[in-house]
Design a protein around this ligand. Sequence first.
Ligand SMILES: Cc1ncc(COP(=O)(O)O)c(C=O)c1O
Length: 382
Amino acid sequence: MEHLLPTYQRREMEAVQASGSYVWDAEGKKYLDFMMGIAVCGTGHRHPHVEASIAEQLGKVWHMSNLFRISGQETVAEQLISGTHFKGAFFCNSGAEANEGAYKLVRKWTGRNRVVSFSQSFHGRTFAMMGATGQEKIKQGFGPMVEGFDHVSYNSFEALEAITEQTAAVWIELIQGEGGVILADDTWLDALMERAQRVGAKIVVDEVQTGIGRTGTRYAYESTPLIPDVVTLAKGLGSGFPVGAILAAQGAEEVFTPGTHGSTFGGNPLAMAAAKATLELLFDQSALEHIEETGRYLMDRLSKLKTPSIVDVRGKGLMVGIEMTEEVAPVIDALQHEGLLVAPAGPNVIRLLPSLFVTKEEIAQAIRMMEHVLEQKAGVRG
Ligand SMILES: Cc1ncc(COP(=O)(O)O)c(C=O)c1O
């Protein structure tokens, strides 16, 4: 790794094979993956339907400039938008890029340049999105941030006063993922929406982590009172193939006119083959019901874990956080040793983001591994 800039604190383990909910390392050790590339492989690893779709496209056209028609984009836009109030989609390659594009969109759309976002939020690593993000640790050392971001407390009614006639947009995750799996309150969202509409501010919902079925609906906003003007997507949209998207309500087509925004790779035929197959699998009533049901089962099983070090279990669908009294890094290492891959969400929260096709048996297996590790840890503390 000596030739890599050390931006990540990487684990040594490398997956050399993957299928469904499992990955294998070079020694042949099998792991149950409840992390899925941090909510990326929503359909599990190498879902055959997605693999076949990419393979088919591989034998046709890999890439064409956005100066040509790419009908795959029209298909995926239709899949993303049908049954919603959105009118148009723009394709890009990542969450930060989707958010950055949405930021340009709302600034030009409203002619305003202030954005209200929330403490503990995470929106990506570009300069504007570092500005939007409500976590100091990601900004340190980079000098002055992009101006115009007002950070206020999440779920606080008083904080809504920061939304004024100068506000271009309110930028929000409906479940703060990196911030610790924190859920927005519906009555608060109601008030937020009322306030934003009153002052003419757009609502941008960052669904990079919560979108594409993760919480049991196509988009997390669908189970809340919020009606966003813009939604940003990435992670789960391509099952592991890099795809991002902006969905925008009526009016955006007069803002994002030719020459105003672009992305060389955005929406290329391979990416669209991955996204099309992913959405065929996940934007399906029975798949969404499965996510709800297995999510309930997971929460129920977790809440019965008899460990005093667990303070709270929270989440929606298959995006679940376990808050602990202790630092979770050693617990996560021990779980990996046991054969279960999970992600942190801040220092005290373990985040579970399994395949959206996870089975109850796989959940039961994960619970057994957690029980074993937590019992061992409790035993050591004695
Ligand atoms: C809510 C949210 N927004 C934006 C991002 C940034 O996405 P990307 O890493 O694809 O740029 C993330 C990544 O974790 C995220 O969770």
